[in-house]
Design a protein around this ligand. Structure first.
Ligand SMILES: C[S@@+](CC[C@H](N)C(=O)[O-])C[C@H]1O[C@@H](n2cnc3c(N)ncnc32)[C@H](O)[C@@H]1O
Length: 261
């Protein structure tokens, strides 16, 4: 399947979750808020929220900047955002790999938990580089290797299919973002451990976020009852004393600048 076809599927998966997204977005809220200290102080800026989802952070950006654009590949996410958010925001349905903006036209790109879906990452970074003005900034967050290791390990006891997407290693991410005209000015890494009542609760949250599309999964159907039960039993090795099920998210945030020629 081509990268474009994969992106259509990702859009569909997120679109199907637009109504439930905001109640399931604990991690997104956390990582998005941690990008706030990197927001530029000037207000007369043109700002893009790339992969804006339901527009929660686009709304916050709109309270600070003159021109704010919320862009997403999913029609349903955008429809939700249009109804709920600040009417001054411009909403654009487009792919991060083909941004409908002129070269050197934006001052700041905010992109919270999106680039882990962008493959090949270098192509989407090049596109951000193209549309940013020299001196422009990108504040991004993503997930790195080790994310959902409990779920990965539990599935490994069951079969050798891929049930969780591949997350980049720290080294590969840092070398990808520190290329061409981009320089990584600042970065931070946080392990966020969320708690779940049971494994179904975790699976529902991932589905509610639209983050359940796994491109390399061979068996596209739902896992059978036996497999699921085996996975749940394996996951209970990680259960905490109070009975809760932890899931680890390794959140990486970075601030990039586009150098002048
Ligand atoms: C985890 S959600 C994050 C949404 C939002 N940034 C937030 O903080 O709540 C990822 C979003 O990225 C969008 N997305 C994924 N791939 C994309 C692409 N190639 N181009 C544009 N948007 C994309 C999805 O449709 C989804 O709305």
């Amino acid at each position: 399947m081509s990268n474009f076809q994969e992106r259509v599927k990702i859009a569909k998966s997120f679109g199907g979750a637009s109504d439930s997204y905001d109640v399931s977005a604990r991690l997104q809220r956390f990582s998005g808020k941690h990008l706030m200290p990197w927001l530029p102080n000037r207000h007369d800026l043109t700002v893009l929220d790339l992969g804006c989802g339901t527009g929660f952070f686009t709304d916050i950006l709109a309270s600070q900047y003159e021109q704010v654009i919320g862009l997403d590949i999913s029609t349903k996410m955008l429809n939700f955002a249009k109804q709920k958010r600040n009417k001054a925001i411009t909403w654009v349905e487009a792919d991060a790999f083909k941004l409908p903006f002129a070269d050197n036209s934006l001052d700041f790109i905010y992109t919270n938990l999106v680039i882990q879906w962008c493959e090949p990452l270098q192509d989407s970074l090049n596109e951000m580089m193209r549309v940013l003005k020299p001196g422009g900034l990108v504040a991004f967050s993503t997930l790195i290797d080790g994310t959902l290791f409990e779920l990965k390990s539990a599935w490994k006891q069951v079969d050798d299919d891929q049930h969780v997407i591949d997350f980049r290693t720290l080294e590969s991410l840092e070398s990808a973002v520190n290329q061409g005209a981009f320089r990584l000015l600042e970065s931070k890494q946080q392990d966020v451990i969320l708690e779940y009542e049971n494994v179904i609760h975790l699976a529902r949250e991932l589905k509610g976020l639209g983050a359940n599309h796994v491109p390399k999964k061979r068996n596209k159907g739902l896992a059978g009852k036996d497999k699921w039960q085996k996975m749940e039993t394996s996951y209970s090795d990680f259960q905490e004393p109070g009975g809760v099920y932890p899931a680890t998210y390794k959140v990486y945030s970075g601030l990039l600048v586009k150098l002048s020629d």
